[in-house]
Ligand binder design. Structure first.
Ligand code: NAD
Length: 281
């Protein structure tokens, strides 16, 4: 399905320099949402570290593209579910940039199965990348934010964390119990961090995307039949684009959202408005 046939009225995405001088790390940044977020942060003036686990060539091409916006960029390989690799990644980023202001904990995956057929391996893989991975990365970011405090010249906050959640932190998902559990867990992880760290002026929020056009969910948008079925779930009548999430991430990373803490921003075209009840249920 072409972009034109499914999305004929996209917004005019704009990237004001809201993040000039800030240093950002995006995990799972060389595909889909992470790629758009890393690019959007760079366009908005931040230096960007691109975490990846496969496809080094894509990450390196992104470094060149983002440097073209007049900021610094590096690519850092690490498995976010591996404590040693996460620590090494933060050391690399801090060596390259001096400090960190923004973490977008985005890396995630699915291992779908009917409930009684789900293996422990499928369960553990999803929880370890989607939930434990966010714990490991946010913990390292918080250490740096606490150590350094506010840099008044770039932001009113001592650091900003954006957890990539999903509408499935509130919508149960048959056949995806591991994934929905990981995203429900992210909600409580995010809110607990926000409660604990707000007095230090560290802001933590989540983005809950609906259906976004990326490789993770290709089968729901890459044929006209699938796309028509998807539209029954989306009142706004278009699939989300990765740039829709990038715009939300720039907002949550900037001082425009300085009084937003412990919140989830749903970017879902109204999917969580329960469209099945639009005609009375
Ligand atoms: P994607 O598959 O395009 O990107 C996922 C990225 O995570 C890839 O770069 C992948 O290599 C990386 N990754 C996977 N395991 C990793 C690991 N162990 N360490 C480091 N990186 C790892 O999918 P996407 O749609 O861009 O998903 C990004 C995030 O958005 C995920 O957390 C996903 O759950 C969430 N999300 C996506 C949608 C959607 O509709 N696409 C909806 C809701 C939430």
């Amino acid at each position: 399905m072409s972009d034109e046939s499914s999305n004929d009225t996209l917004p005019h995405y704009t990237w004001p320099l809201l993040l000039a001088g800030q240093k950002a790390l995006v995990t799972g940044a060389n595909s889909g949402i992470g790629k758009a977020v890393a690019t959007g942060l760079g366009r908005s003036g931040a230096d960007v570290a691109i975490n990846y686990i496969t496809d080094e060539d894509v990450a390196e091409a992104m470094v060149k593209e983002i440097e073209g916006f007049g900021v610094k960029a590096i690519a850092v390989k690490a498995d976010v579910s591996n404590e040693d690799e996460v620590r090494a990644m933060f050391n690399t980023v801090l060596d390259a940039f001096g400090t960190l202001d923004i973490l977008v904990a985005n890396a995630g995956l699915q291992r779908d199965a009917a409930y009684d057929e789900m293996t422990l391996e499928q369960w553990n893989k999803v929880i370890s990348v989607n939930l434990t991975g966010q714990f490991l990365c946010t913990r390292e970011a918080v250490k740096e934010f606490k150590r350094r405090g506010v840099r008044e010249e770039v932001s009113a906050a001592a650091g900003k964390i954006i957890c990539m959640s999903s509408v499935h932190q509130v919508i149960p998902w048959s056949g995806h119990a591991n994934y929905a559990s990981s995203k429900g867990g992210i909600d409580m992880l995010m809110q607990s961090m926000a409660q604990e760290l707000a007095p230090l002026h560290i802001r933590i929020n989540s983005i809950a995307p609906g259906a976004i056009r990326t490789p993770i969910n290709r089968k729901v948008w890459d044929s006209p039949d699938a796309y028509a079925k998807l539209m029954k779930l989306i009142p706004y009548q278009r699939i989300g684009e990765p740039e829709d999430i990038a715009q939300a991430a720039v907002y949550l990373a900037s001082d425009m959202s300085d009084y937003v803490n412990g919140s989830t921003l749903f970017v879902d075209g109204g999917m969580t408005c329960y469209p099945g009840f639009a005609t009375g249920g």
